[in-house]
Design a protein around this ligand. Structure first.
Ligand SMILES: *Cc1c(COP(=O)(O)O)cnc(C)c1O
Length: 395
């Protein structure tokens, strides 16, 4: 059996999204900035896509800026708040220790430029509270940036409450909603979100396309200079094919959001129950307040990497931590942030499901993982020491 369970890393494109892209290659290929009629036809398609994405977020079309993906949107949002803040002498930023590296590395860069960064700890359940955010905000705070849903453990933050706190305190609030968009309902107005990042390839759209919602009234700062595209805030000929694919995929995902969540939650819960029977295993992150398709577990005494390779041989495509950190032997910063010890954080397995997965596939995973865990434990010196009582079990 072949099972693709790595949808948090990226998703397969939907047929509808592919079909939405094709005319942009063959028919609407003109530059949307061109004044002739084919250019204007492309410009109209571009506007429709912007409007569609805006509507699905309860935003206005002019508040949507197309980018090359989630990373760019994160960078632009954070740098915008930093530049605007600095002009007013505000150089403090509040975030969390378990953000995506697109956020964390941008904050690191700002720290070198003299900004002060507070990275809040998340609790064992992977969720922080709006009160903790409130307490961290100072006189000179220019930005709160907190992800909507975590890409490794899937936990969902109280975004609405955090939005309210930021609004009351007069601090800009950005959320990296790359994992949430298309999977959880988002209303930027109701949730008091000032800036929000999303990425097409996390909801069955194409790679290399994303969007930044930036509330009107915030003076967005450029990362890329050179042209009048995106209201002058992001230069470069628009990637119309990918933008059309993204708009289609987002519209489909938002239309079916309840149905998909219900379907995925059933698969996810079955998977969690099945894998939790493995002795000395733990589910990372809150059991219920997590993305409908996310399962992340640790199995004591084994390396995540070996587990992944053996699962691959059985046709199961999964991930350990995030795709971006694999290849390094460092344990996931997310698992460390929720308080797992180093040795346990090494043995993590992330299974991220999409609507294309089936209950049969889930049963296949449930029957395959325990065998592999046992096999690996039988050759693990750490496991041997654990069973002999030379070291103590942590989970
Ligand atoms: C995937 C991801 C990103 C990066 O998005 P790209 O479009 O791949 O640049 C940022 N944040 C989170 C939470 C993600 O999951």
């Amino acid at each position: 059996m072949f099972v693709y369970a790595d949808n948090a890393a990226t998703t397969k494109m939907s047929k509808a999204a592919i079909n939405a892209m094709m005319p942009a290659f063959e028919e609407y290929y003109a530059n949307p900035s061109s004044l002739h009629s084919t250019g204007q036809a492309a410009a109209e398609k571009l506007f429709n896509a912007r409007q569609s994405i805006a509507q699905n977020l309860n935003a206005e079309a002019r508040e949507i800026y197309f980018t090359s993906g989630g990373s760019e949107a994160d960078n632009q949002a954070i740098l915008t708040a930093a530049i605007l803040g600095k002009r007013k002498g505000k150089t403090h930023i509040v975030s969390t220790a378990f953000e995506h590296h697109a956020v964390l590395h941008t904050l690191k860069k700002l720290e070198k430029e003299g900004f002060e960064i507070t990275l809040l700890d998340v609790h064992e359940n992977g969720i922080l509270t709006a009160d903790e955010v409130q307490d961290a905000i100072r006189e000179n705070t220019c930005l709160v940036t907190i992800m909507f849903a975590n890409n490794e453990i899937g936990t969902i933050q109280p975004i609405s409450e955090i939005g309210t706190v930021c609004k009351e305190k007069g601090v800009l609030f950005h959320t990296d909603a790359v994992q949430a968009a298309g999977h959880i309902k988002i209303d930027v107005k109701k949730m008091n979100i000032d800036m929000l990042s999303l990425s097409a390839h996390k909801f069955h759209g194409p790679k290399g396309a994303g969007a930044l919602y930036c509330r009107k009234g915030i003076l967005l700062q450029n990362l890329i200079e050179g042209g009048a595209q995106e209201r002058g805030k992001r230069a470069g000929t628009e990637n119309l094919p990918a933008i059309l694919g993204m708009a289609q995929a987002f519209d489909d995902a938002c239309r079916d959001i309840d149905k998909n969540a219900e379907y995925l939650t059933a698969l996810r819960n079955r998977l969690i129950d099945g894998l939790s029977k493995i002795p000395h295993s733990v589910l990372n992150g809150d059991k219920n307040n997590r993305l409908p398709g996310n399962v992340n577990m640790c199995f004591e005494g084994i390396e995540g990497e070996s587990l992944l390779l053996l699962l691959d041989m059985k046709g199961i495509q999964a991930s350990s931590g995030s795709a971006c950190t694999s290849g390094s032997l460092d344990p996931s910063h997310v698992l460390l942030a929720i308080g797992l010890p180093h040795e346990v954080a090494h043995g993590s397995l992330r299974l991220s499901l999409s609507e294309e997965n089936t209950m049969d596939e889930v049963e296949y995973i449930i029957s395959t993982v325990p065998e592999i865990v046992e096999y690996l434990r039988n050759m693990s010196p750490v496991w041997e020491a654990l069973t002999k009582g030379e070291i103590e079990h942590v989970i």
